[in-house]
Structures are given as C-alpha cells and as structure tokens.
Design a protein around this ligand. Structure first.
Ligand code: PXP
Length: 243
C-alpha cells in the first residue's frame, strides 16, 4: 500500500500571513524525501489554500506522482488539462464547507462525468472519483470510465461506537473488493490519522491512502522542540562549548 501526502494545509498556514512561508512546494519535496509515494493538492475554486502557482510548481518538482483533487468546474478542468497531473481526483465542492463533505454522486450525473473523464483521457490523465463506499457509486464510477475510485473514509473516521466503526470497516473492505473486481484502482482517504489508519491499511485491496491534515498537524508537534532549540541558539548566542 502506498502513502500519498496532501499538502493543502501547509498552504492554509502560508495564506494566514499573506506571505510566502511555509511553501507547500517545499513541503512536497520533504514529504517525498521521507518516502511519500505521491503528493496530493486540491485546487479549489475559492483558492482557499493551494494556488495556481503552487500547482504549476508542484507539477515541475514532484518526482513521484501528482494527484490533483478538484471539483468538476469548467475553470478548474481547463487548468488541469493544461497542467497535466498524473491523476485527477474529482470531488464534490461546496463553497461553505470546511473540507470535502461526502462522496461524489456519480450515479446521479453519469453523462456529465463520462464527458469529463473523456476530456482527461484525451490528455492521458488518469481519473479517480471520490465516492462513498457504496456499491452503486463504485459501479457507476466504472460505468463512466474512471480508472480509480477513492473511497471516502470520513464516516469511518467520525464513528465513535465500536459497532459503527466495525460496520464502516466492513463497508470499506467490500467496496474495495468490488472496485478491484471491476478492474479499478482503489484509493482511500479523509480523516485518517495516527489512531485510526491501521485497520484501513490492513485492507489489502486498497492500493493507496491519501492523508493530509493528520500528517501536517503531527509535523507541528514533532518539530516544535527542535524549532524552539534552534531559535534559542539565536536568542542566547551559540551554546558554550560548541564555538
Ligand atoms: N481525499 C480527499 C478526496 C480529500 O478531499 C481529502 C481532504 O482534502 C483527503 C483525502 C485528505 O483528508 P485529510 O486531510 O483529512 O487527511
């Protein structure tokens, strides 16, 4: 199973100050050096985090695989066709949401999505559809010509009762098996963290996990001690004995 790291929230932090730091492109390079097998970013219509400049730079520096998450809006489709990521992952996008909520209703917009998939295939871009782990949507994804389904793990991540968690895991496993049996690649993601990733990672039919928020927030805590020590050296001068 591969890990693809979503670096959107590095851009969120950068945008909070209106400057250039931290740069999500640098974050992508460090993530790849650490072993990430793919980089994911979401160019939203509202440009809340990733910007056009980030996407174009990512395209030129990412060495593993660039997965562009996006809503199927005309403007973003045009940009994607121009930038040519390795994979596009189509997600539903609503202006007011905090993050992607719910999977794409593929079954309800087959003709539209068939046309979108065709446009990407014309540029040799593989297409993934972000769907809830329900058979109807996975079969519809196959029907519109998608190459990959990304199973939405949000309901699993939000479940609190053990019985609900187990039910969600069964649904994810069955969905992954169905996807594979239809010849689709199977990715999964959303809300996965250091506590809940293990059971999903043990579903052998899943090829790749897409994880963002947990990795970026963890980076703060594993990095803060060193960051403070480095600043202390500047504030207090070089520590005695190390001149
Ligand atoms: N996959 C998709 C389709 C998403 O929209 C997101 C959120 O951007 C993720 C994976 C990553 O979710 P998280 O940031 O919770 O790890």
């Amino acid at each position: 199973m591969r890990l693809a790291v979503n670096i959107d929230h590095v851009a969120t932090l950068r945008n909070a100050r209106g400057g250039n730091e931290p740069d999500p492109v640098t974050a992508a390079q460090v993530a790849e050096l650490a072993g990430a097998e793919g980089i994911v970013c979401h160019l939203r219509e509202d440009r809340r985090h990733i910007r056009d400049r980030d996407l174009r730079l990512l395209r030129s520096v990412v060495k593993t695989k660039l997965d562009l998450e996006m809503g199927a809006a005309e403007e973003i489709i045009g940009i994607a066709l121009d930038v040519v990521p390795d994979l596009v992952t189509l997600v539903p996008e609503r202006r007011q949401e905090l993050t992607t909520e719910g999977g794409l209703d593929v079954a309800g917009q087959k003709e539209f999505l068939k046309d979108v998939v065709k446009q990407f295939h014309g540029k040799k871009i593989r297409v993934s559809l972000f769907v809830d782990p329900v058979p109807m949507q996975i079969e519809a994804a196959r029907g519109v010509g998608a190459d990959v389904v990304e199973l939405h793990t949000g309901e699993y991540a939000n479940a609190r009762k053990e019985r609900d968690i187990q039910e969600c895991l069964v649904a994810l496993e069955q969905a992954a098996k169905l996807g594979k049996s239809l010849g689709l690649g199977v990715n999964a993601g959303h809300g996965l963290n250091y506590m809940n990733t293990g059971p999903v990672a043990s579903i052998t039919e899943i090829d790749e996990l897409s994880i963002g928020h947990a990795v970026i927030t963890r980076a703060i805590f594993v990095g803060i001690e060193r960051a403070v020590r480095e600043m202390l050296v500047l504030v207090k001068g070089v520590p005695k004995g190390s001149e």
